[in-house]
Design a protein around this ligand. Structure first.
Ligand SMILES: NC(=O)c1ccc[n+]([C@@H]2O[C@H](COP(=O)([O-])OP(=O)(O)OC[C@H]3O[C@@H](n4cnc5c(N)ncnc54)[C@H](OP(=O)(O)O)[C@@H]3O)[C@@H](O)[C@H]2O)c1
Length: 331
């Protein structure tokens, strides 16, 4: 298969290109070359998709499949225009396209945000609207039969530079205080859904091979926060106590939710957001998505965290000092 990856230097795009090369496909990646190297065995075309003719170098080639990870409606509209002769197009979207994140278990027919009208997403505030506009451009421009939309949920696994899925196993393996206590939010029944980057990439490559069409939630298995924490403790061999803090206490002490500095990753306290990580993945599983056990993802992510240095600056979680200051205050 001749596969064009629009991306390939960042996390998921790189893994897709890597696996596709491993399966003997001829892979070409188009990027600016700013986010990292492409995998060995793939070809790289350096180009900026912000330019109107950014895909000129690849538009005359016949592609068996195209896979696009962009979030910019202009990129996707121009790709649909310039790659019209491709047999098949996968657009990597996000569950952020949905209008409501409160209800649990929603499937692909749930209402969407209005598509962004602008060609350029200026800030992440309109990420969901931008992805909705990208989806619309692909479906309307190419026709539903020869494209696939993968609405991806939280991605985890080795290489998670966002630090959301690495934090918990890393922290349980490396507690901030001597007696091994770890600070956790009091949110045992909060849903958590992590899809391993390797499982997601394998399914996307498989779909390019089989040209599966349709719209799919590509999300991990649903677990409760308590189960997620138990799995992280198990892979880390954690024997210490949990210091369980209520949302009100954490907010008062400046601890953020979900991600970012001074945060407890994956924690969400607002019931209006609890369904974001509890989407139905039945359709994708029925179409061949195979998910490995959460423990395996967390074990391999811990190994990656340790191999890249646990003292590295993090994009999610508490630093050792922050946690060591908070735990005694909780009492
Ligand atoms: N992480 C999550 O938990 C999560 C959740 C839901 C959905 N998603 C979706 O999953 C996908 C993740 O993809 P990814 O990990 O490969 O990361 P990404 O950060 O979305 O990758 C963007 C890719 O596009 C390239 N690019 C960006 N601007 C460009 C431009 N102007 N011209 C040409 N190339 C450009 C980048 O390469 P250069 O910088 O080298 O140009 C990079 O390879 C995205 O579609 C994301 O929206 C992620």
């Amino acid at each position: 298969m001749k596969l064009l990856v629009l991306g390939g230097t960042a996390w998921l795009g790189h893994e897709v290109a890597r696996q596709a090369v491993g399966r003997g496909h001829q892979v070409t990646c188009v990027t600016r070359g700013l986010s990292g190297p492409i995998p060995d065995g793939a070809s790289h075309i350096q180009s900026d998709r912000d330019a109107d003719h950014g895909l000129e170098a690849v538009s005359a080639v016949h592609w068996d499949a195209v896979l696009d990870v962009s979030r910019q409606p202009g990129h996707v509209k121009r790709a649909v225009r310039d790659l019209r002769s491709a047999d098949y197009y996968v657009f990597v979207s996000s569950v952020s396209v949905y209008a409501n994140h409160g209800p649990l278990g929603q499937d692909e027919d749930a209402p969407l945000l209005p598509p962004l009208e602008s060609e350029v997403m200026e800030t992440m505030e309109t990420y969901g609207e931008a992805k909705a506009a990208c989806e619309k451009a692909v479906l309307e421009g190419l026709g539903a039969e020869r494209c696939m939309i993968a609405r991806v949920g939280l991605i985890g696994g080795p290489g998670d530079i966002f630090g959301r899925t690495g934090y918990w196993p890393m922290r349980f393996a490396n507690p901030s205080v001597e007696d091994g206590t770890v600070l956790v939010p009091n949110a045992p029944s909060l849903p958590v859904q992590v899809i391993d980057v390797r499982d997601l990439a394998a399914w996307l490559v498989q779909n390019c091979e089989g040209q599966l069409s349709g719209v799919y939630n590509a999300t991990g298995e649903k677990h409760s926060f308590a189960e997620h924490i138990a799995a992280a403790r198990e892979v880390a061999g954690h024997q210490g106590q949990l210091a369980v803090a209520d949302a009100e206490w954490l907010h008062r002490h400046g601890v953020q939710e979900w991600a970012g500095p001074k945060s407890l990753p994956l924690w969400l306290s607002d019931p209006e957001w609890q369904g974001m990580n509890a989407r139905s993945n039945m359709r994708a599983k029925g179409a061949g998505l195979v998910l490995r056990p959460l423990e395996e993802t967390l074990r391999d992510t811990l190994e990656w965290e340790e191999s890249t240095g646990i003292e590295k600056p993090r994009r999610a979680g508490l630093t050792k000092n922050e946690e060591a200051e908070l735990i005694p205050e909780l009492g």
